[in-house]
Design a protein around this ligand. Structure first.
Ligand SMILES: [Zn+2]
Length: 319
């Protein structure tokens, strides 16, 4: 089993980066998971052209150290797009714009917003230059549900997708009928759900066909598989058929749960998928390290630890 750890960076400073990934290697990890986008800082957030890190260089340096690398792409989330002058927020089912709560680090962007498409085109130009051995993890390829901060109402009469004018326009075309208010969707809910599954799946197929790699992992929120299509517009089974693997961020601390919650989730997925196809993400904490380390007794091909910051501060013994 290969063990990866998520490593986030704001800018590439070569000396510091090499020092850190050397330390990661010495700590026994097989590789790193690195987000394609910079972590926002106060002075970078307004410049949309500075969103993505120099990934080609990062991959080169990582291979040089002898580590594997997974590039993590937040497909429909970007703080940089939120800062763009032409940005318009996603719209909730009650026709109010999505607003950001204080300290909420979640920046959903609508899949049908032209800025979203442009952003992915720019990103693909960068990703195309990477070696074919690179693995890609698609995070937030769903919409617009902040699963970290919210519990989910799977019984809701209208799923948490976007109802902005771009979406209304696209959906009207899809069913060949003029739809301008979220209220009208209630009568067409079946078509509407099919449509948003098509939108998400279409994005996946489009991106994956343009990437140099064939090792792809799709992240789904930690919910039961049967609820995923309704809530996120994702269809995990279709991704598996395309030979992608599925990742679940089992972030028990973030979700205010104890480790039994993680065991419960895994038991549930065990029934429906091969362990080989699962790439679980475990949140590091000193009290649960034994449980996390015991995961190597299972048949996962890869697991991801979240994150280097936590490992560095809570687990690593500093001389
Ligand atoms: Zn929309």
């Amino acid at each position: 089993m290969a063990k990866y750890i998520k490593y986030e960076l704001q800018e590439l400073r070569e000396d510091k980066f090499l020092e850190d990934i050397n330390q990661i290697k010495r700590a026994g990890f097989t590789g790193v998971v690195i987000p394609a986008a910079r972590q926002p800082s106060d002075n970078s957030i307004n410049d949309i052209n500075s969103e993505f890190l120099p990934l080609k260089k990062i991959v080169e340096l990582t291979y040089k150290i002898g580590l594997e690398i997974i590039i993590d792409i937040d497909v429909f989330q970007s703080s940089y797009i939120w800062a763009h002058k032409n940005f318009s927020e996603p719209v909730n089912y009650n026709n109010s714009p999505y607003y950001q709560k204080k300290n909420d680090q979640y920046y959903p962007i609508c899949p049908n917003n032209p800025l979203s498409e442009k952003r992915l085109e720019n990103l693909l130009e960068i990703l195309k230059q990477l070696p074919s051995a690179t693995t890609f993890l698609f995070s937030e390829l769903s919409f617009p549900f902040n699963w970290k901060a919210n519990d989910l109402d799977v019984q809701h009469s209208q799923p948490p997708f976007c109802y902005c004018p771009f979406c209304m326009g696209e959906f009207s075309e899809y069913i060949n009928e003029a739809i301008s208010e979220p209220e009208q969707i209630k009568d067409n809910i079946r078509y509407w759900m099919d449509w948003r599954i098509n939108v998400i799946y279409g994005y996946y197929m489009d991106i994956s066909s343009k990437l140099p790699a064939n090792d792809l992992i799709i992240s789904i929120p930690p919910l039961s598989l049967i609820d995923i299509p309704f809530v996120t517009g994702q269809i995990p089974i279709a991704f598996l058929k395309e030979n992608a693997r599925i990742s679940m961020p089992l972030l028990h601390h973030t979700k205010n749960k104890n480790f039994n919650w993680v065991f419960d989730q895994l038991r549930h997925y065990d029934l429906e998928m091969e362990e080989y196809d699962l790439v679980p993400i475990f949140e590091i904490s000193s009290e649960d390290m034994k449980n996390i380390e015991d995961m190597d007794k299972k048949d996962f091909k890869d697991i991801i630890y979240y994150s280097w910051d936590k490992y560095y501060n809570q687990i690593l013994v500093h001389p």
